[in-house]
Design a protein around this ligand. Structure first.
Ligand code: SF4
Ligand code: SF4
Ligand code: SF4
Length: 287
């Protein structure tokens, strides 16, 4: 019999709020289109009746915790979202005592947009982590994990096999379409700088006008800032209004960091990402 994950979440959230263990539970409710989901902040036991969990619960909720640093909050978190919570804990952005993790054993989520629920997301088909790596309460029964895929992701491998000129043409075609809305930044749990480098005017790292060179600068630096920190939640690509395949950038950098440092971001709350511990005399054979 399939477990009703939404019902388990409702009951636990009710208990947490009724006992005042937390001030807020962050999860999902049905959106007003009647098909997709949207985030729900529940503050009272009565509101917990609205919680759901199914393949439409696509949003990564970890970033919302940054607005609740000093208040006890419970979060409904898929394994990729738990990894994002861990990233924020590693980087001292959250206090573990204030976060109660309701980790969901994740069957994968769908491609969703307003009034439409599509096929499973590609990242979920390749996901190596369906059980939350850390939790205070487990929603669902643990499942066996698939063997990690050896080698390079086929799509990343296809890009890497291109000549430099072909690769340049590929990324020109992608990044030239960027409208610099910064939705990718806003959705990313790893993008929390008080002032992003693109918003700085002294010095001005990236011009305000919409130009191919500035688009490239933005997308390249965004990727590098997430190298070894990206939890592969897929939110940046999901929210991009012009469908730029940002996960190709993220996945390639994840593979590079994994190969060199044997590190997978966000798997535990205490191991710092390699670039947070990197020392100048570590050359790694580069340069
Ligand atoms: S990437 Fe993995 S954990 Fe995240 S939604 Fe997909 S299946 Fe679930
Ligand atoms: S770069 Fe994209 S996939 Fe990686 S953590 Fe940020 S939003 Fe998630
Ligand atoms: S979400 Fe897409 S269009 Fe917007 S800034 Fe990011 S890459 Fe560019």
């Amino acid at each position: 019999m399939t477990m009703d994950l939404g019902q388990i979440i409702k009951e636990k959230a009710h208990e947490l709020l009724a006992s005042k263990k937390v001030e807020c539970v962050l999860g999902y409710e049905r959106a007003t289109d009647g098909k997709t989901a949207r985030p729900l902040f529940a503050y009272t036991p009565e509101e917990t009746e609205r919680f759901i969990f199914d393949e439409t619960c696509v949003h990564g909720l970890a970033k919302f915790l940054l607005n609740w640093k000093d208040k006890s909050t419970a979060i409904v978190a898929k394994p990729c979202d738990v990894r994002s919570v861990n990233l924020l804990l590693q980087e001292k952005q959250l206090n573990r005592d204030k976060v109660f993790i309701m980790g969901v054993v994740c069957p994968g989520v769908a491609e969703c947009s307003w009034d439409r629920v599509g096929p499973p997301q590609q990242r979920c088909n390749a996901c190596p982590q369906h059980n939350p790596p850390v939790y205070d309460f487990l929603v669902g029964e643990p499942v066996p994990e698939k063997e990690p895929q050896n080698g390079v992701d086929p799509e990343v491998a296809r890009i890497k096999a291109m000549t430099a000129a072909e690769r340049r043409a590929f990324w020109n075609q992608q990044f030239d379409r960027c409208v610099r809305c910064y939705a990718c930044r806003q959705a990313c749990p790893g993008c929390y700088c008080t002032e992003c480098f693109v918003d700085q005017v002294d010095p001005t790292w990236v011009g305000i006008r919409h130009s191919p060179a500035d688009n490239h600068m933005w997308n390249t630096v965004r990727g590098f800032h997430l190298a070894g920190r990206c939890t592969q939640c897929g939110e940046c690509q999901r929210v991009c209004p012009v469908n730029i395949p940002l996960m190709l950038v993220n996945d390639e950098l994840t593979q590079e960091v994994g190969d060199k440092f044997a590190f997978q971001p966000g798997m535990d709350p205490s191991t710092l990402p390699p670039f947070a511990t990197f020392k100048k005399d570590e050359h790694l054979g580069i340069g």
